[in-house]
Design a protein around this ligand. Structure first.
Ligand SMILES: Cc1cc2nc3c(=O)[nH]c(=O)nc-3n(C[C@H](O)[C@H](O)[C@H](O)COP(=O)(O)OP(=O)(O)OC[C@H]3O[C@@H](n4cnc5c(N)ncnc54)[C@H](O)[C@@H]3O)c2cc1C
Length: 494
């Protein structure tokens, strides 16, 4: 039996209902209550996910087709980055491998040396990137015991996702309380005792998950945990978001991110509409100009007026304090470039749930360990996102000049030095992104080591080129047999 018998989840956005569904499915003997306020609403713009969402859905015993039907979703192989290196340039960061990583660097080195005489793009060595480029998708059929040739995630309607998880959590016993929290009553030890709602009702738990979004009602406002502001490295602080009617034709199996004057825009294809947004820094571009630039990007009729969202990039210094843990935007937000917010919700839940399931409350050391891992993961993901910006060759606007010239966090500066000087990809634990992802960004941004290891010469160029050519041919042949994404999705959903 779990030590905390009554779990109260504050907030019913994606993070609140993900937490409730996970708790109702996995915790034994725990009463789960979600408090949310329709009057306040949810942020509802997280529409692109990370492959780990599949493991989360599996844990909740959610069928893939059912999930995609309910959320009007589509498949996502990765992200296309347009104009990030310079206008007119594009590359993919997909969830596929380039090579088995062992020995890969030698092959990359030879590719780079012979680039002038090679008339094909390195994307062709990655099955997911080639499928994305050709607008194709099929769920990989993997014999038991073998690894899939690529990974994938989804695009979905975030409002429908929260509603879907709510139904599921309620079916599994979670209780929903509608109401606006106006006061947080404290225990003598500083923890949270009760929540007072606007109509005077009191809600009481043994443990609280703060899923209250940017308002960070418990961990931030009530417990006063400081916010670590990361805007010196991630200066975007606003986003315009607009749904657009989907034009008939191709349904891209990837998110598109286009670099603009003061930020970047997203394009996320769903079954019957396309989500567009412009994430920008108000220090570098005005709101009105950013709105115009968003509307100039869209390829269909807007279905609503663009909505402006404001945020500060960063995270809470501590994510678990007394009897409260933060999940989702209440704990932090980096920015949506690599769709990591929902991933961070899941990663946090994966660490919190076992602690809540235990028969005794976690020791101070376990809580400290949890807090330490949370911080490190936010910082690792921050570094990965900053990498996309700082390698730019753009100097055509103040934002890009700033991003190219700013002093980097030490942890990222070290990784970049190791790559540039030695061709080494340094990957720490709790990264979120593996070596393939780091390589995708370096290679995509045409950022290569200055010195090659002497052992590159131990791989004869003809052997390396032959190996790559065979891999490229095999991938091209396989991808040719894969159907267009919209055709596959139609068939898959029946
Ligand atoms: C511009 C932008 C783009 C994004 N794109 C992506 C993306 O592509 N992929 C991705 O993974 N993530 C993305 N995100 C993040 C994603 O939207 C969130 O991580 C996700 O929706 C979880 O939000 P949340 O549940 O933490 O907060 P919210 O959705 O804000 O929910 C907060 C909840 O708390 C409740 N609440 C607040 N105060 C009170 C109160 N006083 N009383 C009662 N209830 C209260 C609200 O009613 C609501 O139910 C994006 C975010 C932004 C800003």
């Amino acid at each position: 039996m779990a030590a905390f018998k009554r779990l109260v989840i504050v907030g019913g956005g994606s993070s609140g209902w993900m937490a409730a569904a996970a708790a109702a499915t996995t915790l034994r003997g725990v009463e789960v209550t979600v408090v949310e306020s329709e009057e306040i609403g949810i942020i509802g713009v997280g529409e692109a996910a990370f492959p780990s969402i599949r493991a989360f859905n599996e844990l909740l015993r959610i069928s893939e087709a059912d999930f995609l039907r309910a959320t009007r979703g589509s498949f996502k192989l990765g992200i296309q980055f347009r104009d990030w290196l310079h206008p007119g340039h594009s590359y993919f960061h997909t969830f596929g491998d380039f090579f088995p990583m062992e020995g890969s660097m030698a092959l990359w080195g030879q590719y780079r040396r012979q680039r002038e005489s090679v008339d094909w793009h390195f994307d062709e060595l990655n099955i997911a990137s080639l499928m994305a480029r050709q607008g194709r998708f099929a769920v990989p059929q993997v014999p038991p015991g073998q690894e899939a040739p690529f990974n994938y995630a989804y695009h979905f309607d975030a409002q429908l996702y929260a509603a879907y998880l709510r139904r599921l959590a309620e079916q599994r016993g979670a209780r929903r309380v509608e109401g606006r929290i106006v006061e947080v009553l404290r225990r003598p030890d500083g923890g949270v005792a009760q929540l007072r709602l606007a109509d005077g009702r009191l809600v009481e738990g043994d443990f609280y998950l703060d899923c209250s979004g940017f308002s960070s009602l418990l961990i931030g406002k009530a417990l006063g945990v400081p916010f670590v502001d990361e805007s010196q490295w991630l200066p975007v602080d606003r986003a315009w978001a607009v749904p657009v009617q989907r034009m008939p034709g191709e349904l891209t199996p990837y998110t598109r991110s286009t670099a603009l004057e003061g930020g970047w825009s997203w394009r996320i294809p769903l079954q019957d509409r396309t989500g567009y947004g412009h994430v920008f820094s108000s220090h570098f571009i005005g709101e009105e100009r950013a709105r115009e630039q968003l509307l100039a990007q869209v390829d269909g009729e807007p279905l609503a007026e663009p909505r402006l969202l404001r945020f500060t990039t960063g995270y809470r210094q501590t994510h678990w304090l007394h009897n409260v843990a933060a999940v989702g935007l209440a704990g932090g937000f980096l920015e949506p470039l690599e769709s990591t917010a929902i991933y961070l919700v899941q990663a946090t839940l994966a660490r919190v749930m076992p602690l809540l399931d235990a028969a005794t409350p976690p020791t101070p050391a376990a809580v400290e360990g949890f807090n330490n891992v949370q911080l490190r993961q936010y910082q690792r993901i921050r570094d990965f996102i900053v990498l996309h910006y700082c390698l730019t060759q753009r100097r055509d606007s103040a934002l890009w000049r700033h991003m190219a010239e700013m002093k980097l966090p030490d942890s990222l500066a070290y990784k970049i030095r190791a790559w540039r000087q030695l061709g080494m990809l340094v990957v720490y634990d709790h990264e979120g992104f593996d070596a393939n992802s780091w390589l995708s960004i370096h290679a995509g941004m045409d950022h290569w080591p200055e010195h090659q290891s002497p052992w590159l010469d131990e791989v004869p160029p003809s052997f390396a080129m032959h190996y790559m050519q065979s891999r490229r041919n095999a991938i091209a042949e396989t991808v040719q047999r894969v159907p267009p994404h919209d055709e596959f999705l139609r068939r898959y959903l029946g």
